[in-house]
Design a protein around this ligand. Sequence first.
Ligand code: UD1
Length: 431
Amino acid sequence: MASYIINGGKPLRGEIAVSGSKNAALGIVAAACVLDGPCLIENLPHISDVLTLLDLCRTIGATVEIRDGGAVYFDPRPIHTAQVTDERARDIRASYYLLGALLARFGQAENYLPGGCNFGTRPIDLHLKGFNSLGAKDTLAYGKIILDAGGRLKGDNIFLDKVSVGATMNIMIAATKAEGRTTIENAAREPHIVDCANFLNTMGAKIRGAGTDVIRIDGVERLEAGSSYAIIPDQIEAGTYMIGAAMTRGDVLVKNLIPKHMEPLTAKLDEIGVKLDIQDDAIRVWVEEGQELKSTSVRTMAYPGFPTDLQPQMVAMLTSCTGLSKIYEDVWDNRFQYIDDLKQMGAKITVADRVALIEGPTQLTGAMVKARDLRAGAAMVLAALTAYGESEIYNIHSLERGYEDLIPKLRGIGGDIRKSSDILEAAEREL
Ligand code: UD1
């Protein structure tokens, strides 16, 4: 089993470029299945979640070609079935977007229940409620969801009882070809929802209000497509490297990001004493020599609140700040499992239900720890880069689901990180 070996204690310094947004890419690839012509998707991150979804699209007939420079040519015209039969659909969360996409295309859809990171209950009742309102009946049988509208979906008013990124995206995709108008109220406002709406509009859809809590979709009969579309930068990847710069007391220019999307994080970094130079599409993050960072409190929330997907990285950083920090996890009911691993590295953290209390500053020390899920894994990498001595992080496939070129990018800013399989290969070459 491959692992990451990290020698910590050195500040990260230099420039790093952010890749395309994972969560936007997942919505956009699924949405591309609704089109009536081919498109070119640019700035798609080549990470395992996205590659798995592209493969699932191939299994239902889509033509998917990776072009020079990494752009993906996607032709949905050969899609011939509404049934996803490849069990890899169980490995990723976003395979559920194929339900919305196939419903829009065929009026019916069948897919496995989705997988993804395990941080508590992850129901899909709101997705189903939306599909039901659009006229599709759902049945659950043998671990699969079967949806049938008996023809074209019909627009309706849908109020989401809870703000859900996945349900908003899925219902929006499904409604693009529904008869009449669909209104989603209490919609999520995440940048990747806006990006997916922009993609669909570029291809001929009529979606208004994405980025607000009311989205209106006027269904169209065809989406002629034929254009190219570049995915937005990944807000969470950008945030992870910004936190890494602050946590190691380094100086990093994080390039190719949208500063507006980073505001929930920049506000907190500024509050605790981190220096920021916010430019048009880059942010320089550094800590002055001898500057002590202060504790703070953070509550995770739907956008534009502090993103839950930066919560583990933030907790890791707060171990280095002076005083008692509090983190409230308001989105997921069990997203503190990784804290035991941080404690193995010397962190002083107490968890009570959805609140973590972090006592700092602590000098972390290297340990052997697990990447329990994607963002918990990112927190482990940052902790290991800050810790004295060597750490080994295993279960790294979780991390490879969401960070493109993690090792070369971190090495480019001075991180001493290697993959154990690369070390083995190098040793074998020398023999
Ligand atoms: C997406 C992100 C994930 C992120 C999360 C919150 C993707 C592929 N994943 O997940 O990284 O952590 O947004 O920003 O984009 N809920 C229900 N019923 C539903 C759906 C959700 O009760 O049908 C609840 C969930 O249990 C959770 C909350 O709503 O408490 C938010 O979940 P949601 O926004 O749907 O998260 P995902 O879309 O799964």
